[in-house]
Ligand binder design. Structure first.
Ligand SMILES: [Zn+2]
Length: 282
């Protein structure tokens, strides 16, 4: 395997090991070689990826053409993308936005970025400390968020590298070189930590109380997916852990949490792709 590719996979799996960046099957990575894109497969964990053949191989030009003109619903888009897989692995539901960004892309559900993304005051601070970043208002994961991102990066003439803050969702960084991607991702976190207060990171094992928030208190899509889950799967527990950490940090900074609306929650519950992920995590 090319040295840069292995460096990328090593970095993304390292990030995937921290619950402060990735919970359960959340977060994803991709890289482009020629006209092929290797993107995290749905149902795999970022921390478990060690080689290129664990990623779903897809022609990103075909995905881009579809994304450009697709005007039917999210579930149909997901089915079309699934059929484009060239190695039988099911592409992540976020394949759409990976496809339009640069060579190396990392998307996480960082507790640090989400302390900003999930609060009313966060947007202003993001614009202040990251004037170059793209801010995307909340959109349903999959087709909707990808088309929103497409519109915004097109206006910027598809930059080679960048940072995207997704409201009530997460962070995306991309670059042409792995070294630059690592610096970008780490610098974003250094800056957020310099400008906001955060509780010290804790081990999930020390967290004895994990109150299950109700659907009315959901901050991000993955929490909605697993909130109604009766079984305490690892993914569910990890998402509740992230929720608690985000809420604690929002309160610490005297910010106000911005919860998803009931309408947004119901839309997430009705995604076929999310039903698939729920099944996998049982
Ligand atoms: Zn995500």
């Amino acid at each position: 395997m090319d040295r840069e590719i292995s460096e990328f996979i090593e970095f993304t799996s390292l990030i995937g090991k921290s619950l402060y960046h990735v919970q359960g099957g959340g977060g994803n990575c991709s890289l482009k070689l020629g006209n092929k894109m290797y993107v995290k497969a749905s149902g795999t964990l970022l921390k478990d990826i060690h080689s290129l053949d664990q990623l779903c191989c897809i022609d990103f030009n075909k995905v881009n053409i579809l994304l450009e003109k697709f005007n039917r619903n999210n579930n149909e888009f997901d089915n079309r993308i699934k059929k484009m897989s060239e190695n039988g692995l099911k592409p992540s539901i976020e394949t759409g936005f990976h496809s339009i960004l640069g060579k190396f892309v990392l998307h996480t559900h960082s507790v640090y970025a989400n302390t900003l993304n999930c609060s009313f005051q966060g947007k202003e601070l993001i614009s202040k400390i990251f004037p170059q970043a793209i801010l995307v208002d909340y959109a349903l994961p999959g087709l909707e968020v990808s088309q929103k991102i497409l519109k915004m990066v097109r206006e910027l003439k598809f930059p080679n590298s960048g940072i995207i803050f997704l409201e009530n969702h997460g962070l995306i960084c991309w670059s042409e070189k792995v070294k630059d991607l690592k610096n970008l991702y780490n610098n974003v976190h250094d800056e957020i930590k310099k400008n906001l207060k955060f509780f010290k990171e804790i081990n999930i094992k020390n967290e004895t109380q994990l109150p299950n928030p109700t659907i009315k208190e959901c901050l991000f899509p993955d929490q909605v997916v697993f909130a109604g889950h009766e079984i305490n799967s690892t993914t569910k527990v990890e998402n509740i852990f992230a929720y608690n950490e985000i809420i604690k940090n929002i309160n610490l900074n005297n910010y106000d949490p911005k919860f998803l609306s009931l309408f947004d929650c119901n839309q997430i519950i009705n995604l076929d792709s999310e039903k698939f992920r729920q099944k996998l995590s049982k």
